[in-house]
Design a protein around this ligand. Structure first.
Ligand SMILES: Cc1ncc(COP(=O)(O)O)c(C=O)c1O
Length: 259
């Protein structure tokens, strides 16, 4: 199998690639730029016939977006994120609408030996019970912080699909019932971003996301993220009080530019 990267937010490019594709792997919103893929028209496109489509729905969760209803063959989640919800679990989930596909995946998983541990399964099921409540509050707080961030002089730009000014707002409104709890914002450069994360007291530095505690990561520090702005920070908004989070962010933003 040959892997061919396509800019998934460019609907025309995705549709053009379908002609010579066996499997289309989409992610929306995207990590870490928070681009929104036009899932509905892509999944409904006539040229999609015969192409297996998989949507990584980790950022949206089933609470905000349900691609199986629009024809996706499979949805995948990092259950380590919102489903577990407490940053204490490593697990993935595949959901399909068709029984035949489920049976074949199940057989493959069983024969290959990727069986989830009992503890992991328990933690995922326990997390699922509070997912709707956690995610609703995390989305509310994310919206609040995303609206405040552009007002700080250290912030160059903010991406959050829930902002009316976001280039993906209309797309997100058309297919999501909530805008998620991940924000991306950019500060001047890597040094400013690192000063900022070093000054945080409540928000935890870390690359994982979707937990009850707010985590933040400078994505460009990772190999393979060369296309990401050096000063891009990606907070995953947790369940702390919104004012406590804003106080921490505001203080660290100001420290990063010495004001
Ligand atoms: C959208 C998305 N999908 C999948 C993964 C992989 O998750 P895991 O760490 O559970 O392998 C991540 C990790 O950050 C992610 O952000």
């Amino acid at each position: 199998m040959r892997l061919r990267p396509v800019e998934v937010t460019d609907t025309g490019a995705v549709l053009a690639a379908l002609a010579s594709t066996e499997l289309l792997w989409l992610e929306s919103p995207t990590n870490p730029m928070l681009g929104v893929v036009e899932l509905r028209p892509i999944l409904a496109a006539p040229s999609r016939a015969g192409v297996t489509t998989v949507v990584d729905n980790t950022f949206a969760t089933p609470m905000s977006q349900q691609p199986l209803a629009w024809g996706a063959d499979a949805v995948v989640h990092s259950a380590s994120k919102y489903i577990g919800g407490h940053s204490d679990l490593l697990l993935g989930a595949v959901i399909t609408a068709e029984e035949d596909r489920r049976a074949s995946l199940l057989a493959h998983r069983t024969l290959q030996g990727a069986i989830p541990g009992v503890m992991e399964s328990y933690l995922a099921l326990r997390g699922l019970r509070t997912l709707p409540l956690r995610f609703a509050q995390q989305q509310r707080t994310a919206q609040e912080l995303a609206e405040r961030l552009p007002g700080h002089p250290a912030v160059t730009s903010v991406r959050y699909p829930g902002l009316g000014s976001d280039p993906n707002h209309d797309r997100a409104r058309a297919q999501m019932s909530g805008f998620g709890a991940i924000i991306s914002f950019v500060v001047a450069d890597a040094e400013t971003a690192d000063r900022l994360t070093g000054a945080l007291e409540l928000i935890v530095g870390g690359t994982s996301l979707g937990g009850v505690e707010t985590t933040i990561d400078r994505r460009r520090r990772w190999p393979g993220e060369e296309a990401v702005p050096a000063g891009l920070l990606r907070p995953s908004v947790g369940l702390e009080h919104p004012e406590d989070l804003w106080e921490d962010l505001q203080h660290a933003l100001s420290s990063s530019i010495n004001i």
